[in-house]
Structures are given as structure tokens and as C-alpha cells.
Design a binder for this molecule. Structure first.
Ligand SMILES: Cc1cc2nc3c(=O)[nH]c(=O)nc-3n(C[C@H](O)[C@H](O)[C@H](O)COP(=O)(O)O)c2cc1C
Length: 325
């Protein structure tokens, strides 16, 4: 399947694995790229630019296909060494960067000069249009369904994607709630040229996270996510657990007076405990509503092959039948 997204990134299938904190290590990124998609290493999970350079080298040893690095610009207390991370990306020969969280304009000249393509993840049409205006090569349009930070507008993909299609000239990937061939065909129908998946890729054999995390996703339904940190305007969609219930009670009790310090136990530094140690109630961790569509833990190759076979059958048979009628 050729789309402007496959052409832009030099990949076989229009499927991207979004950056995920403590999930997007070299093993997963390489598995996705080897299966014909675009794997992405999560930059900030590596604590220093040197560690990111090592992770890039590790990924390069596992695949000769293109892969990317995610750079998330989130409100953090002490700003990470972004110039150092960008240097590691450029020196490591990585040709795709997924930016997210904040406007990447400041970093675009450096990246473009090194022939790095930039796909910016946006949760609204206005941010997508802005990303296009400042020179991003593509965007990922992340709907309200998504795991992680859906923004504050709460527009689901059935509205957000066609709205983005109406406004954008650059290609975009549909993100949030994507799981299978049906998702891909729907995304294409709504104007996207590929899809970006987070949660679905965690429940794969190669995802280097604790088995408890994969089992929790398989066990969860579409009813099991919650939105946290809305009062801080830093909304995150997470899987419900004991820590999330506690956090939501604090949000209710404190109302507009809530401060980040009030919920620090539930959100700060919890990812290694959950993803690496499998301590499932250690805190709030991102998970999409798409958990309701995830029932197994295939290899990445099996997953991507299945998506592409299903998408081709849907287009060639089911949709073709309607067109002929
Ligand atoms: C566990 C987890 C961690 C994530 N961490 C990040 C991150 O560090 N940076 C980022 O830009 N997006 C992050 N995301 C968002 C994903 O890249 C992707 O946009 C999102 O998962 C898509 O929605 P889906 O889960 O419904 O597929 C994370 C998502 C999950 C599930």
C-alpha cells in the first residue's frame, strides 16, 4: 500500500508506532521497522543524550530499515537537554523525528538541515495547521480516544480526522483508537494516509515491558480508561487502577485548588515501576480506549501482517461490494 506517509518515510506499510515512555525502546522500534512499519524510540526515556545515542546504535544493529525518535516537549520542572538529544539523533543518522507536547518550531531548522523529516503529533486542527505553517513534514492527528495526552478539546477521530483533511495539505497519520485493518481503512477513508498506534503495540511479544502490562491491556475493555489531571490542563488518558481512583478522589476533593504536588505520588516516576517491574497499581499510566479491541499478544510481524491483510480484504471485498451495488 503506497501513501504519502509511506513515501515520506520510506516504509512499506502506512503504520507508525508512536513514542511511548518506558515502552519505546530499541527492541520494539526495530521490530516495527523490520515488519515494514515505522518504529520509534522514545527520546526522553533515555535519561541523557549519550544514553539515547546508545539506544539508537542498538536499534541500528537490530534493523537496517528506517526508524525514528520521539521528542516530547512537556511541562517538566527542569528542561531536558533538547539540543543534546537532537545532536544524538542527527549523529546517529536517524531520519525521522516525532515531536509532541509543544510547538517544535525552534528545532526545525537544525533537523531539516540534517535531512530529518518531522512528524508532529497534534490533538487539534488548529495545532495541525500551525505545524504545517511552520514547516513540519507531516502530522499525527491524535483524537480524544487516544492513550496519553489527548489535549483539552475532546474531539473524537470521526470528527477530528475529516476536519484535519479539510485543512491540511501535508500528509497526516490518524492516531488514537487504532488497532486493526478496520482502523486503517477507516483512517484512509477519513483522509489520513496512515495510522499511528500506541496501546496496541504494547500488547505484542516484542514490547519490552512486564507481562503484567500486556495482560492488563488484554483484560481491559473500552470502559476501563479514565482522564486524569484535567484540572491542571494536562489531561492524560490512563488505565483505571487503585492509584487512579485515589488520584480522582483528590481531584474531586480539591477542585480548582489542585496542584501538581498533591498528586505527585500517583504520577511522578511511576513508569519504571509499572513497565519494568509490573507493579500495576504503582501509579497512573497511559492507555487508550482501544484496549477494548485488543484481545491477544501477537508478534509485531503477525500484528502488522494481519492489519494489512485485513485492510486489503476490506477494501477489495467489502467496500468493493458496496461500490458495485
Ligand atoms: C504507555 C504510553 C506512553 C506514551 N508515552 C508517550 C510519550 O512519551 N510521548 C508521546 O508523544 N506520546 C506518548 N504516548 C502516546 C502515543 O504515542 C500515541 O499517540 C497514542 O498511544 C495513540 O493512541 P492509542 O493508544 O489509542 O493508539 C504514550 C502512549 C502510551 C499508551
Amino acid at each position: 500500500m503506497k501513501t504519502r506517509i509511506t513515501e515520506l518515510f520510506g516504509i512499506q506499510h502506512p503504520i507508525i508506532q508512536g513514542g511511548m515512555h518506558y515502552v519505546g525502546f530499541a527492541e520494539l522500534a526495530a521490530a516495527v521497522s523490520n515488519a515494514g512499519g515505522l518504529g520509534i524510540i522514545t527520546g526522553l526515556t533515555q535519561k541523557t543524550p549519550t544514553l539515547l545515542a546508545e539506544e539508537i546504535a542498538k536499534c541500528r544493529a537490530l534493523t537496517d530499515k528506517p526508524f525514528g525518535v520521539n521528542l516530547t516537549f512537556l511541562p517538566t520542572v527542569s528542561s531536558p537537554d533538547y539540543p543534546g538529544y537532537i545532536r544524538a539523533i542527527i549523529d546517529g543518522g536517524v531520519k525521522v523525528v516525532e515531536t509532541a507536547g509543544n510547538n517544535p518550531q525552534k528545532w526545525l531548522p537544525m533537523l531539516h538541515e540534517a535531512s530529518v523529516k518531522v512528524i508532529h503529533k497534534c490533538t487539534s486542527v488548529r495545532h495541525s495547521v500551525k505545524a504545517q505553517a511552520i514547516g513540519c513534514d507531516a502530522v499525527s492527528v491524535d483524537g480524544f480516544e487516544c492513550g496519553g495526552h489527548p489535549g483539552e478539546d475532546d474531539i473524537p477521530n470521526f470528527i477530528l480526522l475529516p476536519r484535519a483533511a479539510d485543512e491540511l495539505k501535508i500528509p497526516f497519520a490518524a492516531s488514537g483508537g487504532m488497532a486493526d485493518g478496520r482502523s486503517l481503512v477507516a483512517a484512509l477513508a477519513l483522509g489520513a494516509e496512515g495510522m499511528n498506534m500506541g496501546t496496541r503495540f504494547i500488547a505484542t511479544k516484542e514490547a519490552p515491558v512486564h507481562q503484567n502490562v500486556k495482560d492488563a491491556i488484554v483484560a481491559a475493555s473500552e470502559l476501563d480508561t479514565r482522564l486524569v489531571m484535567r484540572p491542571l490542563r494536562n489531561t492524560e488518558r490512563v488505565l483505571r487502577n487503585a492509584a487512579v481512583d485515589r488520584l480522582l478522589e483528590k481531584e474531586k476533593a480539591l477542585g480548582a485548588k489542585l496542584k501538581f504536588e498533591d498528586i505527585i505520588d500517583e504520577v511522578a516516576g511511576v513508569y519504571p515501576k509499572i513497565m519494568l517491574e509490573g507493579a500495576m497499581d504503582a501509579g497512573a499510566w497511559s492507555c487508550g480506549m482501544v484496549a477494548g479491541l485488543i484481545h491477544d499478544i501477537p508478534t509485531v510481524q503477525e500484528l502488522i501482517d494481519r492489519i494489512m491483510a485485513e485492510a486489503e480484504a476490506l477494501i477489495g471485498q467489502r467496500l468493493a461490494r458496496f461500490a458495485a451495488a
